[in-house]
Design a protein around this ligand. Structure first.
Ligand SMILES: C[S@@+](CC[C@H](N)C(=O)[O-])C[C@H]1O[C@@H](n2cnc3c(N)ncnc32)[C@H](O)[C@@H]1O
Length: 373
């Protein structure tokens, strides 16, 4: 691809994000994305700063995080006030200044870091999926997350979740006095099968090329940098979830799901119920990698019972097929609708079920599986 085509493609990606992901959700990022899309100088800076091996589709979000990290490093700056929603000034002149002043740091972030948003809102979706996966199982679960970032979603039973329909509370789960509080709206005609038992995993483990240590403040700042500004309570919720994890940090291995998943899953005792899950990870590992992951799961599943839960864009879980794609059309412009899939191995037999479509950050869920009782 010529340099000109690459810049044009980058510009289109910023417009796509503004239209589909930021509009109605993060107005500041929508404004910045639209401005960047028409600014040749900024586009050239971003293209040159990106790691040549980075997936092109992921470059804009990495740019936002790399820049936000510098904003967080200077909390007294006028740009930081705009990011916190305390000022309505035009961010673009200040952003251009920051990129000139901190260009080395932004470049370094873009070269060495990856998007590691650890979105605890996804715990609302996972809590229902885990209950559904365990409905025919009496053994206690062991949790294993592929691509956990800091592993905050491994603590989901410590979070309070309100499920509502048209503004009315339908089900509340988790401790009433929890410091992490989530809200998830029920959409579509089917009420999900809410778990009736308290979820009590025996262990919490994960595998990530770049596991984030919740005890390390500068790594936690990168988690904050990956958040989009302008979404009320999100930074506070992340900080509260980090504090929950700090009480008993998860066991996260450094490694690649494509090559290291099999050995990472080997130590689990057959009598425990193995719940493996991935949320917004498979987009990062390519088609061959995704096939390798599901093959590893299937090889193990043929030998022991397990569940593999995925919360990913549907194109990244081609083994989850039993859903009507038109349901995704209903949610255009509301974030990237994300498919909740369940692949269960029981007694050497495999079944795969499309459970739900949901907001990528767990703000709403549209349950799909009928006759789930
Ligand atoms: C967008 S973050 C999502 C984090 C977390 N799953 C969540 O939903 O909050 C993607 C994560 O996938 C991890 N990742 C990327 N490639 C991976 C691979 N080959 N194997 C395992 N994890 C990977 C990244 O390091 C990052 O932590």
């Amino acid at each position: 691809m010529s340099e000109r085509d690459a810049i044009e493609e980058l510009s289109d990606l910023f417009v796509f994000l503004a239209d589909n992901d930021f509009a109605g959700y993060s107005p500041l990022y929508e404004q910045i994305a639209r401005a960047v899309a028409t600014d040749q100088v900024l586009l050239e800076f971003i293209a040159s700063a990106a790691n040549p091996n980075a997936r092109r589709g992921r470059i804009p979000i990495l740019f936002f995080a790399a820049t936000h990290d510098r904003v967080l490093a200077n909390p007294e700056s006028p740009l930081a006030a705009i990011y916190r929603g305390e000022s309505q000034a035009d961010p673009m002149p200040l952003l251009r200044d920051l990129l000139e002043r901190d260009s080395a740091e932004v470049r370094n972030n873009m070269r060495t870091r990856s998007v590691q948003t650890n979105e605890v809102g996804r715990s609302a979706i996972l809590s229902v999926a885990f209950g559904r996966a365990q409905r025919d199982v009496s053994a206690r679960p062991v949790l294993f997350e592929i691509g956990p970032s800091a592993g905050l979603n491994l603590y989901l039973e410590h979070f309070h979740i309100d499920f509502t329909r048209t503004g009315n509370l339908v089900v509340a789960s988790g401790p009433d006095n929890a410091t992490v509080r989530l809200a998830c709206e029920l959409r579509g005609p089917i009420t999900p099968p809410f778990p009736t038992e308290v979820f009590a995993p025996i262990s919490r483990r994960g595998l990530d090329p770049n596991p984030i240590d919740v005890m390390n403040d500068s790594e936690c700042r990168w988690l904050q940098a990956c958040l989009w500004p302008g979404i009320p309570d999100r930074p506070e919720r992340l900080a509260a979830a980090i504090n929950v994890a700090r009480l008993s940090p998860p066991h996260l291995l450094a490694g690649d799901a494509i090559t290291d998943l099999s050995s990472a899953l080997a130590p689990f005792a057959a009598e425990d119920h193995l719940l493996v899950f991935s949320t917004w990870v498979l987009a990062y590992i390519g088609a061959n990698g995704r096939n390798a992951v599901v093959e590893t799961i299937d090889r193990l599943g043929a030998k022991r019972d397990l569940d593999f839960i995925t919360f990913e864009e549907p194109r990244f879980t081609p083994w989850v097929t039993d859903f009507d794609p038109s349901v995704f059309g209903q949610y255009e412009g509301e974030g990237t609708p994300t498919l909740l899939g369940l692949r269960s191995w029981r007694g050497g037999n495999c079944t795969t079920t499309a459970l739900a479509v949901a907001h990528p950050h767990g703000r709403w869920i549209h349950w799909l599986e009928e006759n789930h009782g």
